[in-house]
Ligand binder design. Structure first.
Ligand SMILES: Cc1cc2nc3c(=O)[nH]c(=O)nc-3n(C[C@H](O)[C@H](O)[C@H](O)COP(=O)(O)OP(=O)(O)OC[C@H]3O[C@@H](n4cnc5c(N)ncnc54)[C@H](O)[C@@H]3O)c2cc1C
Length: 353
């Protein structure tokens, strides 16, 4: 087996332009490392992506995030000051068919302005201001190859990229497994050990405002639900920067329900989740009509259990980070990417000394 000399960090490939990959890319680029970020999607964001329709923009992944970690809190303070994020929701409810009750959240939560994906777009633009850094979109990485010069990445079209002295994988573990399995038994085992849950996220754009819910006020912004199918509803037009768009709901399903309905048709899922929401109003209440609806399936939405590993890396030049080995939260993913970048820099400095 050939040996990769990865002691000196100069050129890193990152697979995944979600918040973990972009946080990792930014810190590495700031320290003078050449970084190329690959993503199979047409834009950065991953599970912080926003669906953009003619009528409305709807967050279909993360809805609002916390900032408990001190380093992430500092980053969020900068983003707040520049208007990239804002506090949201201010008014949230706990809802069931028996009525709606105001929910007092002990944590401040934030969202991107004017959409959640503005944060990852900002991070992508930031790291590309450094020389020798690239964001390569619409590129699905399907295999890794090792040579004495470093790692080569191969995409679905058969193109090859590299050599890189480190490859950082930020994809959910089932998508990282085929890449690491030929090279690193320990990382492959870690991927196999992290079970992932699915989540359906539906949307509905309405032709008028919703009436006040039973027992609640009409200015509610987000509701957590006690319902077997539906767990959370967000009103996107109440998010800062989207006040001009019509009533536009994100309807997130429960994980158990999503696993059971994994192979359902998206439009059938959209109907089921809308029906679950409509049932929270008395049958006599007229609701506005839907002018656009659908559903997106997150096959790998979140790990089934929380763990405390922020990142993994091997001496051969492979690393993994993201929310997969810790808690499924925006802030955990950011912390994971940032701390992995710092660990790789520290390792490189140590090896040079
Ligand atoms: C429905 C839903 C609701 C959520 N709600 C919240 C919330 O309210 N608050 C909160 O804090 N967190 C929430 N989360 C969790 C949060 O979104 C994630 O923890 C976080 O966005 C994960 O970021 P990441 O960078 O680790 O992974 P991702 O964002 O998944 O990024 C991984 C990237 O890898 C790319 N990729 C995968 N395979 C390949 C390949 N072979 N080649 C190239 N690219 C590839 C993907 O396209 C993706 O962009 C939610 C998640 C979901 C799904």
């Amino acid at each position: 087996m050939t040996t990769v000399t990865s002691a000196f960090l100069s050129n890193v490939a990152i697979v995944g332009a979600g918040i973990a990959g972009l946080a990792c890319a930014n810190l590495l680029a700031e320290r003078g490392v050449s970084v190329t970020v690959f993503d199979k999607a047409r834009g950065p964001g991953g599970r912080m992506s926003t669906k953009r329709l003619d009528q409305a923009q709807l967050d279909l992944g993360a809805q609002a995030f916390t900032a408990r970690d001190p380093a992430f809190r500092d980053a969020v303070a900068d983003w707040l000051a520049s208007g990239l994020v804002a506090r949201w929701p201010i008014i949230s409810y706990q809802a069931s068919p028996n009525g709606w009750q105001l929910h007092h959240d002990p944590h401040s939560r934030y969202t991107g302005v004017p959409r959640m994906s503005a944060i990852t777009r900002y991070l992508a633009d930031s790291f590309q201001t450094h020389p020798q850094t690239t964001l390569q979109l619409s590129t699905r990485i399907e295999a890794l190859q090792r040579s004495p010069k470093g790692w080569q990445l191969q995409d679905a079209q058969g193109h090859s990229y590299g050599p890189f002295d480190y490859v950082v994988l930020t994809t959910p573990p089932p998508q990282a497994l085929p890449l690491v399995a030929p090279w690193e038994a320990t990382l492959a085992e870690a991927c196999r050990a992290r079970d992932q849950r699915s989540c359906w996220a539906a949307w509905a754009v309405l032709d008028g405002p919703l009436p006040a819910p039973p027992g609640g006020q009409s200015d509610w912004q987000m509701a957590r639900l006690e319902h077997p199918a539906l767990r959370l509803v967000s009103r996107n037009q109440t998010k800062p920067g989207r006040e001009q768009q019509p009533e536009s709901l994100s309807l997130l399903a429960h994980l158990d329900w999503s696993d059971t309905h994994l192979e359902d048709d998206p439009q059938v899922v959209a109907e089921s989740l809308w029906a679950a929401f409509a049932a929270l109003f008395p049958p006599s209440t007229p609701l506005p009509e839907r002018i656009n609806s659908g559903a997106h399936r997150w096959r790998y939405a979140q790990p089934s259990t929380a763990d405390d590993q922020l990142y993994l890396y091997s001496d051969s030049g492979l690393a993994m980070c993201g929310d997969s080995f810790t808690v499924s939260r925006v802030e955990s993913a950011w912390v994971s990417g940032t701390q992995l970048a710092q660990a790789l820099i520290d390792r490189s400095v140590h090896n040079r000394a």
